[in-house]
Structure formats: C-alpha cells, structure tokens
Ligand binder design. Structure first.
Ligand SMILES: *[C@@H]1O[C@H](CO)[C@@H](O)[C@H](O)[C@H]1NC(C)=O
Length: 312
C-alpha cells in the first residue's frame, strides 16, 4: 500500500469492457464459452503430449509448455473479467492488481520466448535433420525451458517492483478490463520516467529480438527447403513449420496491431478489442492450430480415445 499526503489507495476500480448493459449477458456467455474452450483445448494438448510417447520429442514438449502458458495467460484475466461482469463491485485490491500485472507479464513474455525456442527447434530440424537428436538433447531442452521461465519471472519482477515504488493519488479508475501496466502508469502521480524507459528498452528487447530471430530462422528454413526434392519430406516440413508459423503470425500480428497502429485513431473500443485478441483469442486458437494441421496430434487423440473405449 502506498502512503500519500491525502489518500491511501488500497484498491483500483476496473471499468471493464465498453459493452452496453443490454448485451452484458450475451457477452458473458460468449466469454465464458471462450474461456472454457481455452482451458479445455490446452488441457487436452498437455494431456495428449504427456500420455503419448510418440509425442515425447522436443517440439511437443515445447508445445506443451506453450499450452500451459496459454492456459495460465487467460486464467490471469478471464475469471476476474467474468466475475466483474456479474457483480456491481468491480474493484480489485492494490496487491491483487499488481499480482495480476505480474503474471500477465510473465505469461505474455513466456509466450514470445517459447515461440522463439520453437522456431530454433524447427530450424535445427529442417537444416540439420541428421543431427537433430544430438543437438536438441534432453539436457538442452530442459536448459532452454528453465532459462525461459527464470528469465520471464525475473524480468516481470523488475517491472512490478518498479511499479510498486510509484505512488497513486485520488484517481483509481482503470479504463481496462485487467491491470495493464500502461493503464497503471497513467494513474501514477509520481515520476514514471524510469518505468517508461525500462518498458521501452526491455519491452523492446523482449518482443523485437525474438521476432527478428524467428524471422532469421525462417529465412534459413526457406533456403534449405529450396534444396529438398522429396515430396514426403516437404510435406512434413510444411505441416510442422506451418503450425508454428500460424501461431507466430497470430501472436505478433495482434501485438504489432496493438502497439504499432497509429495511436491517433485508437479508440478505447479498438484498444480493448486488440487486448481481447491477445489475452483471450490467441490462447484459445493455439491448440486448434496445432491439432487441426498436425497428423501426429490427431493420431495421438485417436489412439487415446480408442484406448479408453477398449478399456471400457
Ligand atoms: C516443458 O518442457 C520441459 C523440457 O522439454 C519438459 O520436461 C516439461 O515436461 C514441459 N512442461 C510442461 C508443463 O509441459
């Protein structure tokens, strides 16, 4: 809690979505359905990869980490949004707000780093197919995952500590449906230069560098595809890289749409819609993109269902 001359801010008010009251129920049902789909889809992916030994390859272990991250990402915002849509009291405590912001940063950044790790995995698989197993050893995979998690946990802690140092005055209304770091900075009444600088530098590093590296690895992949003549190998490359590329486009498309669009015509509605895309739609679609385009995942699902049936 931050002490101020006149006020002590112990809670924030989340204004929520700009939805007219007569449509509240419709949107509530829609968001609930989307949230349940996200939970179910990602949960199935994690279970399939856990149970099917054919899927114990680096690519699928990374995918199950991505699904876990997606699941958590939408669980940070959606339950609170759904609860707020139902009740009159849309406040969130100061600690609750910072906690939400912290985990939002953790899972958002984890997503971008996991996509990078998965791109590297595809690059090795396509460009060095014969050495794939020795390069992507269990040791390296575990190492990459531990580093990704450790990095995002610390990185988000940095932003959260910097934010916790700020003091907040009378205005505690957040024009958003979750505790967004930029929305909180707008409410602060102490100097936020250092926060903005860190977001600019670190945020840039965390989103631009993975994106550039992903582009570089795909350029390499395209060059090595040009030398492949076997249709079977080409098909395999397209199916695994295609899923990854779709997820990457979806993720970075919404991020760039959110932050790089000209801010002159950006209304609250547009901003909210883009934030919805990031936190709800992307995590919901990822498991479908992977399972619908991918034979291995489909086979694993069929095997699992058949096994259940025969054991009954
Ligand atoms: C994440 O990846 C690591 C390393 O490949 C793996 O051991 C672990 O089971 C994965 N975690 C989840 C939740 O899928």
């Amino acid at each position: 809690m931050i002490m101020n001359n006149q006020t002590v801010i112990s809670q924030f008010i989340l204004l929520g979505l700009p939805i007219p009251p007569e449509h509240q129920h419709l949107f509530y049902a829609l968001f609930l359905a989307m949230y349940l789909t996200t939970i179910l889809g990602n949960f199935i992916i994690i279970i399939l990869i856990l149970l099917d030994s054919h899927l114990h390859t680096p690519m699928y272990l990374f995918l199950s980490n991505l699904s876990f991250s997606d699941l958590c990402f939408s669980s940070v915002t959606m339950p609170k949004l759904l609860q707020n849509m139902q009740s009159q009291d849309t406040s969130i405590s100061y600690d609750g707000c910072l906690t939400q912001m912290y985990f939002l940063l953790v899972f958002g950044d984890l997503e971008s780093i996991l996509l990078l790790v998965m791109a590297y995995d595809r690059y090795v698989a396509v460009c060095f197919p014969l050495h794939y197993m020795s390069i992507m050893s269990t040791k390296l995979c575990v190492c990459l995952m531990v580093l990704s998690w450790a990095f995002t946990l610390l990185y988000s802690m940095l932003h959260t500590i910097l934010l916790a140092k700020l003091s907040f005055c009378e205005d505690n209304v957040i024009h958003h449906f979750f505790c967004d770091i930029s929305a909180l900075l707008k409410l602060a009444c102490s100097d936020i230069h250092i926060n903005e600088l860190m977001i600019f530098i670190m945020g840039g590093l965390v989103s631009i560098i993975p994106f550039l590296l992903i582009v570089v690895s795909y350029v390499q992949i395209v060059f090595s595809i040009l030398n492949v003549s076997s249709a079977h190998v080409l098909h395999k490359i397209f199916s695994t890289c295609g899923s990854h590329l779709s997820v990457v486009s979806l993720f970075y498309g919404t991020i760039f749409g959110l932050y790089l669009c000209p801010s002159t015509n950006s209304s609250i509605v547009k901003e909210t819609a883009m934030a919805m895309m990031c936190t709800v739609v992307t995590p919901m679609l990822n498991p479908f993109i992977y399972s619908l385009r991918n034979r291995d995942v489909k086979d694993a699902l069929i095997t699992l269902l058949c096994r259940k049936k025969s054991s009954l």
